[in-house]
Ligand binder design. Structure first.
Ligand SMILES: *Cc1c(COP(=O)(O)O)cnc(C)c1O
Length: 456
């Protein structure tokens, strides 16, 4: 059998500047060791996020030119509505400017003070929009998700016993059940259809809505096809349709599997909820047929959804992420397994066991990867975990991870080779680094975006 490769070729390129280590040491110091303060021109390979950083196709760019900018009734809206109906089977569509806006609008209808929203490790903006309404996001992910070395094909799955227990004791407080697929917070880990069916069964028994946070739905469908026996001969489109058939509503960040640079939507089956959400959409996002997006953006999104649900694309995408993971492993780098759909996670406590957690080993690793190869990654550890809101003590989560998120269709496997070698080099020199960083300024919440550090 021949190896798989990208089902596309490159028509336009964007130059990158391969800086020297000396330049990078100066720039990261000027940035106060906060990777968000770097100018993108100071970054060689940008693995900060896979959100809105993908490359659009020639067909998406031509869709941009044919976008209809009518305030109401835009042709591009109707195109997108037809695509959503065809691919995921939902009747009612509300465009929004990105994923968190979809959460804001839908939760304005569904979430009330004091309620519970159980699910599998809610994404941070999702949790934010729940907690902002004084409700509680209850994490019911399976325990395997939090053990980086334990193999499990669907680490994004919901722990059914835990969810059932919660429903039995407090279903009157539950607003709805939310499944995030793939589960970003658990490392881009997928959810199986078998698990979705069980959750749906519980939701029905207790008369609750089941909502999907669908940012990476296509990558999730690929894992279902390749890991869930029942679906190995089904097409991605069939799997996607079946997956969504269990849900009552969708919030979507189109910056991921929509392969656009900005955009999102809500999709619903209930006319009543659609009508209630429409009012909030008009207030927060814009009229119902554009919702914060230009007509051309809606047109590019419609095309992007068709492209992201093609098997050959998904195979090359997810194989590239795994390629980076395997290359890093060949240098002995401690990475989370199985690899997720959109990112590789490094276990910083195994990379820098000598650095105390108070000195931020995750962020120390982020800085070292930047110095080594101009690679921008993200700390998912104690800096991001912030301080306890009451005691103001630093919080130390179970895992101290560094995420390398791979933009869609933007880099080649040569870039992955280069990045893995740079990480490998940093790993070889890791025992020479004895100390980490101390905070010199931080915001009261979400400190990782704006904090400033100095080396100890
Ligand atoms: C990115 C993301 C969101 C939020 O979407 P934005 O487009 O960044 O506002 C919500 N849920 C998940 C799982 C995401 O990955």
């Amino acid at each position: 059998m021949l190896p798989s490769c990208e089902p596309y070729k490159i028509k336009m390129i964007e130059p990158l500047y391969p800086s020297s280590r000396e330049e990078r040491e100066l720039w990261i110091k000027e940035a106060r060791y906060n990777i968000f303060n770097l100018k993108s021109d100071q970054v060689f390979i940008d693995f900060l996020t896979d959100s809105g950083t993908g490359a659009m196709s020639d067909r998406q760019w031509s869709a941009i030119m044919s976008g209809d900018e009518s305030y109401a009734g835009s042709r591009s809206f109707h195109q997108l509505k037809d695509t959503v109906k065809e691919l995921i089977g939902f009747e009612y569509l509300l465009p929004t400017h990105q994923g968190r806006a979809a959460e804001n609008v839908l939760f304005s209808v569904l979430v009330k003070e004091g309620q519970l929203v159980p699910g599998n490790a809610h994404f941070d903006t999702t949790k934010g929009h729940i907690e902002f309404r004084k409700a509680i996001a209850v994490d019911c992910t399976i325990d395997e998700a939090y053990d980086t070395s334990k193999p499990h094909p669907f680490k994004g799955n919901v722990n059914i016993d835990k969810l059932e227990e919660l429903m039995r004791t407090s279903s009157d407080k539950v607003s709805f059940i939310l499944i995030t697929a793939t589960c970003n917070t658990a490392g881009g880990q997928p959810v199986s259809i078998e698990n979705i069916r069980k959750v749906k069964n519980l939701a029905d028994r207790y008369g609750k809505l089941l909502i999907i946070d669908a940012a990476r739905f296509a990558e999730n469908a690929y894992f279902i096809k390749t890991r869930e026996e029942e679906f190995k001969n089904k097409s991605i489109r069939n799997i996607v349709l079946e997956m969504f058939s269990y849900f009552d509503g969708v919030t979507m960040s189109a910056k991921k599997d929509g392969i656009v640079n900005i955009g999102g939507f809500i999709a619903l089956r209930s006319k009543k909820i659609y009508q209630e959400a429409s009012t909030f959409n008009i207030m927060f996002e814009g009229f119902l047929t554009y919702g914060g997006q230009a007509g051309r953006d809606l047109a590019a999104l419609s095309q992007g959804l068709h492209e992201s649900t093609e098997f050959d694309y998904l195979e090359s995408r997810i194989s590239q992420v795994a390629f980076l993971g395997e290359r890093m492993k060949s240098y002995g780098v401690p990475v989370q397994e199985p690899f997720g759909g959109h990112a590789i996670f490094i276990d910083a406590l195994k990379f820098f066991p000598q650095i105390p957690r108070e000195e931020f080993p995750g962020q120390t690793l982020v800085v070292e990867l930047y110095k080594a190869g101009g690679i921008r990654s993200a700390e998912i550890g104690s800096l991001m975990a912030d301080r306890d809101p009451v005691t103001r003590e630093n919080r130390f989560p179970a895992l101290e991870l560094v995420r390398l998120a791979i933009p869609r269709r933007a880099y080649t496997n040569n870039h992955m080779d280069y990045a893995a070698a740079a990480v490998g080099q940093a790993f070889e020199a890791a025992q020479n680094i004895r100390r980490g960083y101390r905070l010199i300024s931080e915001a009261p919440i979400m400190r990782h975006f704006t904090m400033e550090l100095e080396p100890i």
